[in-house]
Design a protein around this ligand. Structure first.
Ligand code: G3P
Ligand code: CA
Length: 290
């Protein structure tokens, strides 16, 4: 019995020390951005994934905007519909009517059968005022003039809590000219962009420098902050690197698992007792081998 109690105390102590070291910045909440919606749980870039993110109390949904053959702004990550629908072909070569006929859900799970490819308008109408919206212009070089169309949608609704980002730097400069009051983000997965000179050039028009988690270092975070920008790395399918992000002072995380980010933040913030069943989960998230 004594041995059992000693074991329990050790688990409790481990949890407390993990919590206090990993969440030294708890008062500064990490912005929790649901990557393509809560895409670990629902088909990416669909209304189901965005609703799931809202239910999980994410701060923002992230989505990818492209354009149909007939000029409708649609939400889709890949250049083709092949991976995430039951159809095939390039997004830009299919009309909106053709895109609408596709099933964008059942590739993930049968329970999502007949989930549709949403339009940007539908998402903005449904989620404005309920959650922040991080709009990525995906491959804007394929869609000349897409910046003006996105700016129009944002202006029309006088949107607050919206950020526009892209890997395409000149597109984001254009976006900043069109929408000087909307924060702009630069995305990169290349270390070539992660140097002082480039970051300072981005800072002339962008508020965020959002790199892949793979190239994230404490030095990069420092450089971004020194240039007066914020940094929200994306971790994609990787499980939560939140402890690292907190320790290294990132401002946010773009994650497929917004529930896990909130679980960590809430459970420590309100001092909820971390019970034994959660201990291994917590330890896994903060990278402690048990
Ligand atoms: O928001 C960052 C992230 O979405 C960029 O990568 O390929 O998932 O659009 P990707
Ligand atoms: Ca994206």
């Amino acid at each position: 019995m004594k041995k059992y109690l000693a074991g329990l105390s050790a688990v409790a102590l481990l949890c407390c020390s993990i919590a206090s070291s990993a969440f030294a910045r708890m008062e500064e909440k990490l912005t929790n951005i649901a990557h393509r919606g809560a895409s670990a749980y629902a088909p990416e870039n669909t209304m189901a994934a965005f609703h799931q993110a809202l239910e999980m109390n994410a701060d923002y949904i992230e989505l990818d905007v492209q354009q149909s053959k007939d000029g409708v702004l649609v939400i889709m990550h890949d250049r083709t519909v092949d991976r995430t629908t039951n159809g095939s072909g390039h997004v830009r070569e299919l009309t909106y009517a053709e895109l609408q006929r596709l099933d964008a859900g059942s590739w993930k799970d049968d329970s999502f059968t007949n989930e549709k490819i949403p339009t940007l308008s539908q998402v903005l109408d449904e989620f404005q005022g309920k959650i922040g919206i991080l709009i990525e212009l995906k491959a804007p070089e394929l869609y000349p003039g897409i910046e003006k169309k996105v700016a129009f949608e944002i202006n029309k609704r006088k949107l607050d809590h919206v950020i526009v980002q892209s890997f395409n730097v000149s597109s984001m400069k254009k976006m900043h000219e069109l929408l000087p009051n909307v924060p702009i983000g630069i995305l990169t997965s290349s270390e070539r962009d992660a140097n002082r000179n480039s970051i300072q050039q981005f800072a002339a028009f962008a508020t965020y420098f959002n790199p892949s988690y793979d190239i994230l270092t404490p030095a990069l975070i420092h450089q971004v902050h020194s240039a007066g920008m914020k940094i929200s790395p994306w971790s994609g399918t990787k499980r939560l690197p939140a402890s690292f992000l907190w320790k290294t002072k990132s401002d946010g995380v773009i994650t497929n698992y917004p529930d896990e980010v909130n679980w960590l933040q809430t459970s420590t913030k309100i001092g909820k007792t971390i019970h034994a069943s959660s201990a291994s989960h917590t330890a896994r998230l903060v990278g402690v081998k048990r």
